[in-house]
Design a protein around this ligand. Structure first.
Ligand code: DUR
Ligand code: ZN
Length: 140
């Protein structure tokens, strides 16, 4: 894959998370969420929330995306863009998703994206301070 400029990669990532939100399966909440993950190699893997009649089995968009990415053979990531239908504020991933993303690196950029495509950049470190990570399980 050809390397892209960072601004181009972010623009594509944001566009893909908005597209992914269109695929959300959310008949119970009516709250569609889209996510798009950028791998270190420049590939983008998307996800949406997938709800279930047994409500607790619902999977968030961010976890759908990361699980899909890992299943496709990717392990190293640089960024995730996330969007929902809320227009007046930037909304972060839920706590469960923050922890699951942290499993695959502490240095993620996170683009909290509004439906109009505007975004606020933050980081997984800032979203999950003092995180418990795989490094804590390594023997000394
Ligand atoms: O970070 C989050 C938070 C919520 N949801 C989904 C789960 C559920 O389908 C709907 C309402 O909680 O939004 C996500 O996809 N990501
Ligand atoms: Zn979540």
């Amino acid at each position: 894959m050809l390397p892209k400029c960072l601004a181009c990669a972010v623009a594509e990532l944001v566009a893909k998370c908005l597209q992914a939100r269109e695929m959300a399966y959310c008949p119970y909440s009516g709250f569609p969420v889209g996510a798009a993950i950028l791998t270190t190699g420049g590939a983008i893997v998307t996800g949406c929330n997938v709800e279930n009649a047994s409500y607790g089995l619902t999977v968030c968009a961010e976890r759908t995306a990361i699980q899909r990415a890992v299943a496709e053979g990717y392990r190293r990531f640089t960024a995730i863009a996330v969007t929902c239908d809320i227009k007046d504020s930037f909304v972060g991933p839920c706590g469960a998703c923050r922890q699951v993303l942290m499993e695959f690196g502490t240095e993620w950029d996170v683009y909290l994206t509004k439906p109009d495509g505007s975004y606020r950049k933050t980081s997984l470190r800032d979203l999950l301070p003092l995180a418990f990570t795989p490094a804590h399980l390594q023997k000394n």
